[in-house]
Design a binder for this molecule. Structure first.
Ligand code: NAD
Length: 346
């Protein structure tokens, strides 16, 4: 299997293949960069079709964490880990303990946390073998409200830049996915006077937002066609793609979902259509910022975390301004900003 000449390989500092026969653990840990601090990024449990797919994912995601942590101005590098297997079948105390021992062997160059199919309870088991884990229950707690705050402020920053004001009263927002982050985002938007159009695959999640925030429910597919000001993707990745991009009428795309652009070129298409895109890893950094305050020598402070999350407004404003001045898409400007911060320090 090729690794060093893969497109996703970006001079990652270390890629570790781990196995434990007794528990059945098969995992890959990728440390992309420790330039700004220990590499931090969650652990994903996924039934990859091939080992190659797992390598592709861990290389790509770990690099993404370097950029995300840098732009959030956290003294963290970037890393990610994947455990290969079916989440319904392989989870066990022995598996997560074995993974914890692998983390311990990296001596703190990488800290793991939750990601897809990995819960706080799973991380708590890893923690029996190592201290190199973050996002534990009883410490920084649930990251979603912080991600929601950052996303709300990102929508305001987009308004300020595009329309010269931050007044969201009467503004129409289409919210796709109504999970942990989006519920709180809808609350902020409703309190700010916005009109909400919402969808989810889960009827109970829709009913809650319709009742609590007077939202209008629309079908899963209709969300792309609405005549709204903002499209907020808060569910899946790759929803900005060849088949949806022409349908969008919103002039702002700003939501919490990861990997919103199916391909980088879709960022440039949005720019050419006059749509202001808040790069996903910048606007959704509230959760990781909150986790960082777990590592503070003074102990976790929600107040300090909130103040730091509020900085997402200024970071996005800087990206929007540079994008306009340089006539480049916002996602490329975000990457450039990350590279500058990594090269020059925080
Ligand atoms: P969640 O699982 O609580 O919510 C996701 C929601 O999307 C669920 O209600 C689900 O039913 C819905 N959904 C799934 N498929 C859908 C579809 N096709 N159409 C409409 N809705 C659909 O997740 P979350 O924690 O709220 O995170 C939402 C997104 O934000 C994810 O992409 C996640 O990776 C990203 N994110 C979350 C955080 C955080 O702090 N939780 C931080 C950064 C990024």
């Amino acid at each position: 299997m090729a690794v060093f000449n893969k497109v996703e390989f970006d001079n990652h500092e270390q890629v570790v293949f781990c196995a434990d026969k007794e528990s059945g653990l098969k995992a890959i840990i990728a440390v992309h960069s420790t330039k700004l601090g220990p590499a931090v990024g969650g652990c994903r449990l996924w039934d990859y079709v091939s080992d190659e797919d797992a390598v592709y994912d861990v290389l790509r995601l770990s690099k993404g964490m370097t950029y995300k942590n840098a732009v959030a101005r956290l003294p963290f590098g970037g890393g990610k880990s994947v455990i290969i297997g079916n989440a319904k079948e392989i989870k066990s105390e022995a598996l997560f303990r074995a993974f914890g021992r692998q983390l311990e062997r990296l001596s703190g160059s990488y800290y793991s946390a939750e990601d897809v199919n990995i819960t706080c309870a799973d991380v708590a088991i890893m923690n029996k073998e190592t201290d190199y884990v973050l996002g534990l229950e009883g410490k920084s707690g649930n990251p979603s409200p912080f991600t929601a705050l950052g996303t709300f402020l990102g929508i305001k920053a987009a308004f300020q830049h595009q329309r010269g004001h931050q007044d969201l009263s009467g503004v129409k927002v289409a919210v796709q996915g109504l999970g942990a982050v989006a519920y709180t985002l809808c609350k902020y938007l409703h309190e700010a006077g916005a009109e909400l159009f919402v969808t989810d695959i889960n009827q109970a999640s829709i009913d809650r937002v319709v009742t609590d925030f007077k939202a209008t429910a629309v079908s899963i597919d209709e969300i792309y066609d609405l005549d709204v000001d903002v499209y907020a993707p808060c569910a899946l990745g790759a929803t900005i793609n060849d088949s949806t991009i022409e349908r969008l009428k919103a002039t702002i795309v700003a939501g919490c979902a990861n990997n919103q652009l199916a391909e980088g070129r879709h960022g440039e298409i949005l720019r050419q259509k006059g749509v202001l895109y808040a790069p996903d890893y910048v606007i959704n950094a509230g959760g990781i910022i909150n986790v960082f305050y777990e590592t503070s020598p003074e102990g976790y402070s929600a107040q300090a975390a909130t103040k730091h999350v509020e900085g997402i407004f200024d970071t996005l404003t800087e990206i929007f301004t540079r994008s306009e001045a340089e006539q480049k898409s916002t996602h490329l400007i975000a990457d450039e900003l990350a590279q500058e911060i990594i090269a020059n320090g925080l």
